[in-house]
Design a protein around this ligand. Structure first.
Ligand code: NAD
Length: 909
């Protein structure tokens, strides 16, 4: 059996919003509005047909032995070289063996299908066993043109052979006509296109049916024996008409991918075929046609092997990774349609020494380094002496392909001075898994996405173009692994064990689901009792949540104990230890309500609420705290309530219990501090059975536990450095509540207590909360009484909230001045800080001295504009200056170069 053995696809990450074309050029060509919907794919500035063909081929070859290939055919009408075999560059980049047939197929939109027919017939002939066919196109169009909207960039690859066939080749039929719907002269950049009506009526709608009918006749099949019909045609209505002419029902016709990327020229039929294969099941019969000066039609039947194919990116993966942009000027620049001043640095010689390229071809095009046979150290580039100082073996290295090895960012920079088509020029060191480092350019990412530790993969791209000699230099660059940046920034709980009490319903259930989704193993505790805690419990509530977690791929066990007894608490923690070996996170969430006005509040109601909320938290926390202390890690969340923090009629029992939990936290945070145990308290507001009759109906509808869970999840995370704080959370709002102490006043002296009269006289100062502070612990509170601050504004020992403010930073600037770096500097830096904590200050540096003045300077050397919050982050090292500048948070007017001295002149953090 011969046929397709593998497939792969590549559509560039960038997509241009078609409306942005209209927005920029609609004034000139209003008619393009008709087709200005969706987006088209566009190459990054460093991509072309060769780089896309390499990417699609790598996707196609994943999990395969490249040595099996006997041939590589590259089809495209936009090959970068008219005379230097382009397929040879792809083959070297892929590190294919040298005794291989390579060939370019070009000059027609059907070049892709023609290459595919040729490869299949070569395998059928028996002279070759495995051939890789790849097709890619990056067609240029003039601006403000329908074709600018319709075309897209992309590539597809299929391997054909006689083993492990996923789609059996049944036969092909071709027609060839010199039908000139469009043409591109040998030295022309753009196509010349004849009238659309004629192209449609005489071209697509006659020639495609002719070839398809010819094939069906040749093979003795009817359209009923076709499950997926693939043919290109960017005229939407005509595409449907062709199906009608062929009597094919619309559900068989494979989508033209106009919404995904646009028409990718010589690659398009193959790209649509790959898209059809991605969705195919065994026994599906696919008929594919390629159009251009005639038509090729091929017929395949999908086999069981398709189910065994390893995971690949394909069309779906490319689409998932897309980034839609609406910057039409960027498009024009990347396509080299507008000329920008690149500066004299761009004039540096770019000539490539063909001798060096030949000698180092494996290293430069194939990303082949070395691996020491003695010590196993991998290095790039390959050298005569092993880099491992403990080894130092000579001529011990064998070829080692780095292109497919996973890597991470070790260092990075964004250089605004270096020449770049897409500044800042992003480059840095990447570290390969298993050893080896490489100084790489970063591509297909924004500067803000780069982070140390970010997983990257290597991609083959254009590096420099030698326009004078018409030569393109290719090399490997590093690109963030799609989705890795978001994954990296995610709060995760892999390996952590969480106990959540009362997790069978309401808030606890959502906490459990969210923590499990992020990797935590969960003990779902719930007694399954009634709202007021009366009656016998039931295991169904906890079991249901455990089932939900497991169904979503998480790990969880149920526990049905009552938190209100010490034995129950012990057993809940034991459940975690037995199932998962530890407890890292505890959320004391179980709760009941027994509301009554105070005089009707009998001891029974008082006690049962105290037992579940306060004593329950004690019962579970105590054994959990022991484990956390031993392990040196813990996150505990108590659950209070607005009723406790602020009071609520009819809830004296509940308010008292809920506020008592704040007291429990206040001391536990001190006892847990040494052991990395953080204790915080949540005051949730969410719709649940506890609140359905106390909340107004419209608020009840709007508030879901999902709006509270993010805050609780964060408080449970390693990232959380907070301890001893209370947070209100609900309906998307989060804020902190705290117990504040006013500055007060000292009355009387050591031998003489103050009198009630003095208290009365000084009531307004005693009662004043102006300058109130949080106090860390009871000792600090006593200290504050013994030595109250003069104005209430100074920080006392142990007080929280010593925030850095803008004014304070300017006050400290003279101390932070580095006079030795200021030699010969004569500059005035004007700061305009927006926001409530902002203002204007200018810093004068002259004769190795510095002067900071509030206000506006007459003639500043440069003016820096930034918000108060961002300024504090910048100075405290939390915001990178380059990032602040490129993201627009920091705006610099005047002499930008001088502003770069600031970092050297002042060492503030
Ligand atoms: P809920 O009734 O939906 O959930 C509470 C769960 O705790 C129930 O599944 C219940 O079976 C379980 N439970 C009760 N007593 C138990 C016990 N002794 N042992 C084990 N499990 C027991 O209520 P919810 O609104 O999700 O409340 C969760 C927590 O949040 C409670 O502590 C509540 O006081 C607090 N709270 C909720 C709100 C809100 O707006 N929902 C506001 C403030 C505070």
């Amino acid at each position: 059996m011969i046929g397709i053995t593998s497939y792969g696809a590549y559509i560039p990450r960038l997509r241009l919003d078609r409306m942005s074309i209209f927005q920029a050029m609609g004034w000139f060509a209003p008619a393009i509005m008709m087709v200005a919907q969706g987006h088209r794919s566009m190459c990054n500035w460093d991509e072309d047909s060769i780089t896309m063909a390499v990417a699609a081929s790598r996707d196609c070859l994943c999990g395969r032995d490249k040595k099996e290939l006997d041939g590589l055919f590259l089809a495209s009408t936009t090959l970068p070289f008219a005379d230097r075999q382009n397929a040879g560059i792809v083959s070297t980049a892929l590190n294919l063996k040298e005794n291989i047939l390579t060939s370019d197929f070009t000059s027609s939109q059907k070049a892709g299908t023609s290459a595919l027919v040729t490869a299949l017939e070569a395998v059928r002939g028996g002279g070759m066993k495995n051939i890789l066919v790849t097709a890619a196109d990056r067609r240029e169009t003039k601006t403000a043109y329908f074709y600018e909207m319709w075309f897209g960039d992309g590539a597809a690859s299929v391997a054909v052979g006689d083993k492990d066939v996923i789609a059996e080749f049944k036969g092909s039929y071709s027609v060839s006509y010199d039908f000139v719907d469009h043409h591109r002269g040998a030295l022309k950049k753009y196509d010349y296109v004849w009238e659309e009506r004629w192209v449609r009526d005489e071209g697509y709608s006659k020639i495609i049916p002719e070839a398809v009918n010819g094939l069906m006749k040749k093979l003795g099949i009817t359209i009923d024996q076709v499950d997926k019909l693939v043919y290109p045609c960017f005229f939407k209505a005509e595409h449907s008409n062709i199906a009608k002419k062929l009597n094919a029902s619309p559900d068989k016709v494979v989508n033209t991918m106009h919404e995904t990327c646009g028409d990718t020229g010589a690659a398009h039929s193959m790209l649509m075929l790959v898209s059809a294969l991605e969705n195919a099941k065994p026994k599906d019969r696919i008929l594919v046609a390629g159009f251009g000066q005639g038509c090729d039609a091929l017929y395949f039947e999908v086999t069981e092997n398709i189910t065994k194919l390893s995971k690949r990116n394909g069309v779906k993966g490319s689409d998932k990774n897309k980034k839609v942009i609406d910057n039409y000027m960027k498009w024009l620049k990347f396509r080299d349609i507008i000329q920008t001043e690149m500066g004299i640095r761009a004039e540096a010689p770019t000539q490539t020494a063909m001798t060096a390229l030949w000698r180092k071809r494996k290293m430069l095009l194939g990303m082949v380094g070395g691996k020491c046979e003695k010590c196993g150290t991998a290095q790039f580039p390959k050298m005569d002496i092993c880099v491992n100082p403990a080894c130092g073996a000579v001529k011990s290295q064998t070829d080692y392909e780095f292109a497919g090895v996973p890597a991470k960012v070790k260092t990075f920079t964004g250089d605004l001075l270096a020449v770049s088509v897409d500044p800042p020029h992003k480059y840095g060191m990447v570290q390969f898994e298993g050893g080896g480092r490489f100084m790489a350019d970063f591509t297909d990412c924004e500067f803000e996405e780069l982070k140390v530790g970010l997983p990257v993969q290597l991609v083959f791209r254009r590096r420099v173009e030698d326009k004078e000699r018409g030569f393109i230099n290719y090399f490997w660059k590093a690109m963030p692994v799609p989705g890795a940046a978001e994954e990296m920034g995610k709060v995760r709980f892999d390996g952590r064990v969480a106990v959540i009490t009362g997790a069978g319903a309401g808030l606890g259930r959502v906490y459990a689901l969210e923590l499990a989704k992020r990797g935590a193993k969960i003990v779902v505790n719930d007694l399954g009792g009634s709202r007021d805690g009366s009656g016998a419990g039931s295991s169904s509530a906890a079991d249901r949540v455990v089932d939900e977690i497991k169904a979503a791929g998480g790990e969880a066990v149920a526990n049905y104990d009552n938190v209100a007894t010490p034995e129950g608490g012990e057993r809940i923690v034991k459940t975690a230890l037995d199932a998962f070996g530890k407890v890292d996170i505890l959320i004391n969430n179980a709760g009941i309500l027994r509301d009554k006005s105070f005089l009707k509040m009998e001891p029974e109601n008082w006690k049962s609420v105290m037992d579940v909320h306060l004593t329950g938290a004690y019962n579970v926390t105590r054994p959990a705290f022991k484990v956390m202390r031993e392990n040196g890690f813990g996150r505990i969340v108590m659950t209070t309530s607005a009723a406790g923090l602020y009071g609520n009629f009819g809830q004296t029992n509940y308010s008292a219990a809920k506020m008592a939990l704040v007291g429990l936290m206040n001391t536990l945070k001190l006892e847990g501090k040494k052991y990395e145990i953080k204790v915080n308290t949540i005051a949730p507001l969410a719709a649940s059975r506890l609140t359905e009759d106390v909340m107004p109906p419209e608020i009840f509808e709007k508030s879901k536990p999902e709006f509270v869970a993010p805050m609780v999840v964060y408080l449970c995370s390693e990232e959380c450095r907070e301890s001893g704080s209370i947070f209100n959370s609900g309906m998307g709002y989060c804020n902190r509540a705290a117990i504040l102490t006013g500055p007060g006043i000292k009355l009387g002296d050591a031998g003489k207590p103050p009198t009630p009269e003095q208290i009365s006289e000084n009531w307004s100062r005693i009662n004043s909360m102006e300058g109130a502070k949080e106090i860390e612990d009871a000792n600090s509170a006593i200290f504050a009484l013994i030595a109250p601050p003069d104005t209430g504004k100074k920080e006392a020992g142990g007080q929280k909230g010593a925030e850095t403010d803008v004014k304070g930073i300017f006050g400290k600037m003279p101390e932070a001045f580095n006079a030795s770096a200021a030699k010969d500097v004569d500059a005035v830096f004007q700061y305009v800080i927006s926001g409530s904590g902002g203002g204007s200050w200018f810093v004068t540096v002259k004769d190795s001295k510095c002067n900071v003045t509030e206000g506006t300077a007459g003639k500043p050397t440069c003016t820096l504009k930034i918000s108060d919050g961002d300024f504090v982050e910048l100075i405290t090292g939390k915001l990178n200056p380059m990032q602040a500048f490129t993201s627009g948070k920091l705006k610099i007017e005047g002499d930008i170069m001088k502003s770069q001295l600031i970092g050297k002149l002042f060492k503030l953090n």
